[in-house]
Design a protein around this ligand. Structure first.
Ligand code: INI
Length: 139
């Protein structure tokens, strides 16, 4: 069972990451019925929900997807940094792969480029990393 946890903040971009992750997982043989998407308000909330999902005992991996854009305040620094640190903590404490598919960019254009246009799709990358890590941990 694979869970993807996605944040609604900047949802037009995050939806592209979710679509990319879903296509990549199904394309690599994961059954759609084994994938659950859970939406959270923003990247800040991803770690606590990833922690809950990882603790259910029925999940093989969590793919955390979000988009944090710098803007004009330093809110970005706190949200992006704590999100990344929180997800890493969940990964190590749960011993389950928690893939980091959270875009952290200066501008919305850079996000769009990484959400399926010019520079690939971070959702695809994160989904593939989760799948590969599940297999590495099983081997
Ligand atoms: N959340 C994001 O996912 N991306 C952002 O760019 C962002 N900015 O810029 O503020 C953001 N903030 C909300 C945050 O994740 C929490 O949902 C909020 O602070 C409530 O806890």
């Amino acid at each position: 069972m694979l869970f993807r946890s996605a944040s609604r903040f900047n949802d037009l971009i995050v939806e592209r990451l979710v679509d990319g992750a879903l296509e990549a997982l199904v394309g690599h043989g994961v059954r759609e019925a084994d994938i659950t998407v859970t939406w959270v308000p923003g990247a800040w909330e991803l770690p606590v929900v990833a922690q809950r999902l990882a603790g259910t005992g029925t999940v093989d991996a969590v793919v955390a997807l979000g988009a944090v854009i710098k803007g004009s305040t330093d809110h970005y620094t706190h949200v992006a940094g704590q999100c990344a640190a929180g997800l890493m903590r969940v990964q190590l404490e749960s011993r389950l792969p928690v893939a980091f598919g959270v875009l952290t960019t200066e501008t919305i254009e850079q996000c769009i480029e990484r959400a399926g246009t010019k520079a690939g799709n971070k959702g695809v990358e994160a989904a593939m990393a989760a799948l590969e890590t599940v297999l590495v941990l099983r081997s």
